[in-house]
Design a protein around this ligand. Structure first.
Ligand SMILES: Nc1nc2c(c(=O)[nH]1)N(C=O)[C@@H](CNc1ccc(C(=O)N[C@@H](CCC(=O)O)C(=O)O)cc1)CN2
Ligand SMILES: Nc1ncnc2c1ncn2[C@@H]1O[C@H](COP(=O)(O)OP(=O)(O)OP(=O)(O)O)[C@@H](O)[C@H]1O
Length: 188
């Protein structure tokens, strides 16, 4: 299937989830992460959820990361350049919800993509090869192209894999893992 069709179908499915559903599935995803062999690193990049789009609630992952004393990195998006800047999230980092509904750091200690060891990636769908579909603006394709080649890329998804995304292109960087409430997909 094509990205456009899969994106639409996935948005429709996501819109049907209740607040309770979202919370249960988000907790299950966070719990699955504990079983991965990814906890020996220092810098973990996480997205902060867009609530009105019914994204995975990443608060549970945030708690795991802070419990493990990890450096947590969050981004600020530039919707004109379609790029992101990355900041350390500390108790002192002020957050503000932008006009797209994304909680973002106002300012803080900037982190280079090269410092990041693990990236948790929002997505609408993924396939059995680890290809990913997002909102289609390429923020993560650009960001991942600036990271270390061995950065660990972990997709988080409410739903299981689709068979195949046909229209992948040379900018698409595949996932290393994808976590759903039910399963851990390892693409390595
Ligand atoms: N939480 C979170 N942060 C993220 C992403 C993400 O997917 N999730 N992104 C991943 O790349 C980037 C932001 N990408 C976005 C791209 C498009 C829209 C957007 O079009 N919003 C429309 C409605 C879209 C819809 O209905 O699907 C809007 O708010 O009006 C929002 C965020 C960076 N930060
Ligand atoms: N490294 C890059 N440099 C410049 N443009 C890029 C890069 N990566 C992706 N793009 C552009 O961004 C857009 C991403 O479209 P695509 O269909 O791959 O979206 P997607 O997989 O849903 O991505 P995302 O979740 O990152 O928004 C395309 O127009 C693509 O040309």
């Amino acid at each position: 299937m094509l990205k456009k069709e899969i994106r639409l179908a996935s948005k429709t499915k996501r819109n049907q989830l209740s607040a309770n559903n979202i919370d249960e599935k988000s907790i299950a995803i966070a719990n699955q992460l504990l079983a991965l062999n990814i906890w020996q690193y220092s810098f973990y990049h996480l997205f902060l959820s867009i609530e009105q789009l019914k994204e995975i609630n990443t608060e549970y992952i945030l708690h795991i990361l802070s419990g493990k004393d990890k450096n947590i990195v969050v981004s600020k998006s530039d919707f004109e350049a379609l790029t992101m800047k990355h900041f350390l999230l500390t108790d002192a980092t002020p957050l503000k919800v932008n006009k797209w509904g994304i909680p973002e750091p106002v300012n803080g200690i900037e982190i280079s993509p090269k410092q990041i060891d693990v990236v948790f990636i929002p997505l609408l769908a993924f396939d059995l090869k680890g290809n990913r579909i997002g909102y289609g603006k390429g923020f993560y394709d650009r960001f991942l192209s600036e990271c270390k080649t061995d950065v660990i890329k972990i997709g988080l998804s409410f739903f299981e894999a689709v068979e195949s995304i046909e229209d992948t292109n040379e900018n698409d960087i595949p996932l290393d893992y994808c976590i759903t409430p039910e399963k851990v997909y390892n693409f390595n």
